[in-house]
Design a protein around this ligand. Structure first.
Ligand code: SF4
Ligand code: SF4
Length: 300
C-alpha cells in the first residue's frame, strides 16, 4: 500500500508523522520524501545513501538551418515555452514541461533533444538498514517540481516491483501541482491537520482538492489539546464527522514532544505511550487498506 502523508500547509507535522510511522511499521517498507523543494525526512531518519543520480528533463533545442518557420511547435506548446519573434522561433527551455508535443509536430526535424537538469534522486536505507529510503531534491533555481516527482514515483514503483512492500510517502505541502502529482499515486491519503485557524482552513482546502482523485482519505490531528484551542480541535472533529472522513488519531500537544521534534528525534521513541500512538495509527491505516493496494506484506 502506498500511503501519501499530506497536509494543506507546511509545518502541520506530516514529516514527523511519516518518520515515526516508518519506525513502527514492522514490515517491508520504503520511506519516501517527495517534498523535493525542501526535503527533510532525512533529518528524522538519517539515511545510508547507496545511490545518487541526476534527474533530467527532455527539452527541445533548435537547429535553425532546418526550421521552415511553420510555427506548429509554438502553437502546440501550451506552456508558452516557444515563441515566434519576427518569424524566428525562440525557445525558453526553463518553461518546458517535457510533454514532447513540439517534437511530434515538427515537420523538418528542426528540434533536437536536449536535457535540463531537474535535481537529484537519492536511494538508500534508514533505521539500520531495515527500511528502504528514497528522496527527491530539486536543483536550486529549478521552478518545476512535478517532472522530478514523476521520475521519483517511477523509481518507487520499480523498487516496489523488485521487492514488494508498503510505501510511506511524505508529500509536498499544500494543494498545488507537486502535491496533486504525488496524491494521484496514493492508495490512501492521510491528512495531517494542524488544528489552528490557518491549519483548519488549509486542511479543508486539501481535503476538497484531493477528493476528485478518488482515493480513500483519513485525517490525524497533530498537536491536539493545546491550551486554549479546544474550539480548534472540535472544529476538525466536526468537519471529519460531517464529511465522513475517518479521524484516525489525535497526537497530543506536549512540551516534551515539541522538544523531541525540534531536536530531530522520533516521537515514536519518546516514550512507550507515544510508540503505542503510532502503532495504533499504523493499524488504523492498514485496516483501511484499499482493495487495489498490494497485499503481499505481513505486518507485525
Ligand atoms: S516539450 Fe512540450 S512543453 Fe516543452 S517546449 Fe515542447 S511543447 Fe512545449
Ligand atoms: S515546428 Fe519545427 S519547423 Fe516548424 S517552426 Fe517549429 S522548429 Fe521550425
Amino acid at each position: 500500500m502506498r500511503i501519501v502523508i499530506a497536509s494543506g500547509k507546511g509545518g502541520a507535522g506530516k514529516t514527523c508523522v511519516t518518520a515515526s510511522l516508518a519506525d513502527v511499521w514492522g514490515a517491508p517498507l520504503v520511506a519516501v520524501d517527495t517534498d523535493a523543494e525542501a526535503p527533510n525526512l532525512h533529518l528524522f531518519l538519517p539515511p545510508q545513501i547507496t545511490e545518487k543520480k541526476t534527474a533530467f528533463l527532455d527539452v527541445p533545442n533548435l537547429a535553425p538551418e532546418k526550421c521552415v518557420h511553420c510555427e506548429k511547435c509554438r502553437n502546440i506548446c501550451t506552456y508558452k515555452a516557444i515563441a515566434s519573434f519576427a518569424g524566428r522561433i525562440t525557445l525558453f527551455p526553463d518553461m518546458c514541461h517535457g510533454c514532447g508535443g513540439c517534437f511530434a509536430v515538427c515537420p523538418s526535424d528542426a528540434l533536437i533533444h536536449a536535457e535540463r537538469e531537474l535535481g537529484e534522486l537519492c536511494r538508500g536505507t534508514v533505521l539500520e538498514g531495515s527500511v528502504r529510503f528514497l528522496m527527491g531534491r530539486t536543483r536550486i533555481g529549478e521552478s518545476m517540481t512535478p517532472p522530478l516527482l514523476r521520475q521519483e514515483l517511477k523509481l518507487l514503483a520499480d523498487m516496489l516491483d523488485a521487492v514488494p512492500g508498503d510505501a510511506l510517502i511524505d508529500s509536498p505541502p499544500g494543494v498545488s501541482c507537486p502535491a496533486v502529482t504525488v496524491a494521484r499515486e496514493a492508495d490512501l491519503i492521510l491528512l495531517v491537520v494542524d488544528p489552528t485557524p490557518f491549519g483548519f482552513h488549509d486542511f479543508r482546502l486539501a481535503h476538497q482538492a484531493f477528493l476528485p482523485i478518488g482515493r480513500p482519505m483519513a485525517a490525524v490531528i497533530n498537536r491536539a489539546g493545546a491550551d486554549g484551542n479546544a474550539e480548534g480541535d472540535e472544529a476538525v472533529r466536526r468537519y471529519c464527522r460531517e464529511k465522513n472522513l475517518p479521524l484516525l488519531a489525535e497526537l497530543p500537544f506536549e512540551r516534551e514532544a515539541a522538544e523531541q521534534y525540534a531536536s530531530g528525534r522520533l516521537l515514536a521513541e519518546l516514550s512507550p505511550a507515544w510508540r503505542t500512538r503510532f502503532e495504533n495509527l499504523r493499524d488504523a491505516l492498514l485496516a483501511m487498506e484499499a482493495p487495489h493496494a498490494a497485499k503481499e506484506t505481513n505486518h507485525a
